[in-house]
Design a protein around this ligand. Structure first.
Ligand code: SF4
Length: 273
């Protein structure tokens, strides 16, 4: 398969490829939107997705200066959201560097392609810490090792190191970068992942290998791990059985959108290729 030079990889598309090459092909190459529900409880699933979106909009508004008490007044209709909001506010936000950027998108070149990351929050102190914060509204916190290996952790730190200099007033040393996940349904704890030059080199090699493999792929086989099909919208298309149960779903906002399709490139902070 040949990729156009302006094709943009995201953590979501790369994670799809890592999980199932066929899913990558259907979603990002054939651009199919097959309407199989991702879980059995489709209406509840949609409600949870709306809740997650609403939470992220609140955070964005708060980071951009709207007072917390004003935003909190609108949450009486949703006890879950109100609890997440409390946990967000009690999550020691003051300890984060003061220069804040909510919902910002950066891109970096890699292997002749573009690698794009859209951040919930970048909190920076030029010359000091560069913290990526990602809020999750899912009930289940993945194992630490799984979070560390996840392509979101890999892509977000790498893209910030390569493309964040204009925000940091100079190149960001990898050792200054940290990524925090906060599962607000589970409290205020941050799950933090530091970075280093050695990790950056290892991540770059992993990402490059994936991008080259996709570019050279002659076929996109179905995953042999059937558990991955339970929550995949292409299940019926692949004849891979019924939807999984919402209670088993690892809920986060990564399934919200098809990032490669929905990205607004006008919003991306450009860097020179
Ligand atoms: S249903 Fe299974 S095999 Fe088909 S695209 Fe989804 S994960 Fe891959």
């Amino acid at each position: 398969m040949s990729l156009s030079a302006d094709y943009a990889f995201t953590q979501g598309s790369l994670q799809d490829y890592a999980d199932c090459a066929r899913r990558f092909e259907l979603r990002y190459i054939k651009r199919l939107r097959y309407p199989a529900p991702e879980v059995k409880q489709a209406l509840e699933f949609e409600r949870r997705m709306r809740q997650g979106n609403r939470f992220h909009k609140l955070v964005q508004q708060h980071v951009n200066g709207t007072p917390a008490d004003l935003l909190g007044r609108s949450l009486d209709d949703d006890p879950d959201l109100a609890r997440w909001w409390d946990n967000y506010l009690n999550g020691d936000l003051d300890s984060l560097p003061a220069q804040r950027h909510a919902e910002i998108t950066l891109q970096a070149p890699l292997g002749g392609q573009r690698l794009v990351a859209k951040y919930d929050l970048l909190a920076l102190e030029p010359g000091g810490a560069a913290v990526i914060v990602d809020w999750k509204t899912g009930e289940r916190v993945p194992a630490r090792q799984a979070l560390q290996w996840r392509l979101q952790t890999v892509v977000y730190r790498y893209v910030l190191a390569q493309a964040g200099a204009h925000l940091y007033r100079g190149p960001i040393p990898p050792e200054r970068i940290r990524m925090d996940y906060v599962y607000v349904a589970q409290g205020t704890q941050r799950h933090s992942f530091e970075y280093s030059a050695a990790q950056l080199a290892a991540d770059e090699a992993r990402l490059l290998e994936m991008i080259q493999a996709i570019g050279a792929a002659a076929a996109f086989p179905l995953t042999e791990e059937l558990r991955r099909c339970k929550f995949c919208m292409y299940r019926a298309f692949c004849d891979r059985g019924e939807a999984g149960d919402l209670r088993d779903f690892e809920f986060d906002e990564e399934v919200e959108g098809d990032e490669a399709i929905d990205l607004d490139f006008d919003q991306i902070a450009e860097i020179e290729f």
